[in-house]
Design a protein around this ligand. Structure first.
Ligand SMILES: Nc1ncnc2c1ncn2[C@@H]1O[C@H](COP(=O)(O)OP(=O)(O)O)[C@@H](O)[C@H]1O
Length: 289
């Protein structure tokens, strides 16, 4: 099996890339029969394909920067027992290394631009490959696909069961990005923003309490270099231009589940479980804990 990066280095052009990526990724993801698809999709008139337990879930989380893809994808991955794979994390791991790619990536990410499809497919392929070697199966993808080309390549490789599109109003997205903090020691994600917007002119208000770190992390908090106001606004602009069409790509295939976040985690998590038909799962896990 030729590695995608070797093909790319050999100067593979646009069409061979898609073919190469398909070959490479398809050996790493499963296209077997369908996995669990929430009954809520059926209620929405979307196709609910059933063959429970045939393979692990293959889900995608879409949504603007700051919407909470990482938070909810990570919680769900623990609940359903599949890895949470965030391409933004893969990019940041590469940035933290002293690889030749790191400087090139830093310039792109710090301007709020998208990394090339080639680089992202390469990073994702490596992550899937190392997971497969450890016996991982299934996934919840967060931050991928982010362009129509990425979506087409993924669709050519495997059957995604469900795409959750998380939504929040733009002023809240900006406040959440600016309030985001990471513990430089444990890697935990927190948010110091306190959001309390009153409803007006028929538009509902929204309340989100800050997600504060424990005392031992308090002095070790850092801000992502791309979470400045200027860069967040550019990331939002790029999302609308490059990634929003991906929503329509999955909507037209009957796979998109729209989810308007009603508030912070205490309000949103139970509702998300409800629409995913996973409340029982959560109860069983809490009882077992
Ligand atoms: N699928 C992708 N395609 C291109 N670039 C990506 C992709 N995923 C992540 N990146 C790069 O990594 C950065 C951080 O990604 P992420 O943590 O997902 O950010 P966000 O908070 O904007 O959703 C992006 O701004 C982009 O430069």
């Amino acid at each position: 099996m030729p590695a995608l990066n070797r093909l790319l280095r050999a100067g593979a052009a646009a069409r061979p890339l898609a073919a190469a990526a398909r070959g490479w990724l398809s050996s790493l993801v499963s296209s077997e029969a369908d996995a669990r698809v929430p009954a809520s999709l059926a209620r929405q008139g979307l196709p609910a394909r059933r063959d429970p337990g045939s393979r692990s879930v293959q889900w995608v989380f879409l949504g603007c920067p700051g919407v909470g893809k990482g938070t909810y994808a990570s919680r769900l991955s623990q609940l359903v027992g599949v890895p949470h794979i965030a391409t933004g994390d893969l990019v940041r791991e590469e940035l933290a290394s002293s690889s030749p790619l790191a400087q090139q990536l830093a310039d792109i990410v710090n301007q709020g631009k998208l990394v090339s499809d080639e680089i992202i497919i390469n990073l994702l392929s490596k992550r899937l490959e190392s997971g497969a070697a450890k016996g991982e199966s299934g996934f919840i993808l967060d931050g991928f696909p982010r362009t129509i080309r990425q979506a087409e390549i993924l669709e050519g490789v495997t059957d995604i069961d469900l795409v959750v599109n998380l939504k929040l109003r733009e002023d809240v997205l900006l406040a959440k990005c600016l309030g985001r903090r990471i513990c430089s020691q444990c890697g935990g994600n927190f948010n110091v923003a306190s959001i309390d917007i009153k409803g007006e002119n028929g538009r509902p208000g929204i309340f989100m309490a800050p997600l504060l770190p424990p005392a031992q992390c308090m002095t070790k908090l850092v801000t992502r270099s791309d979470d400045t106001e200027e860069v967040v606004k550019e990331r939002l602009r790029i999302y609308y231009e490059m990634s929003q069409p991906v929503e329509e790509f999955y909507r037209s295939r009957g796979k998109l589940l729209e989810f308007d976040l009603p508030g912070g985690i205490p309000e949103s998590w139970p509702k998300l479980l409800q629409v995913l038909n996973l409340e029982d799962h959560d109860d069983k896990q809490s009882a077992a804990a």
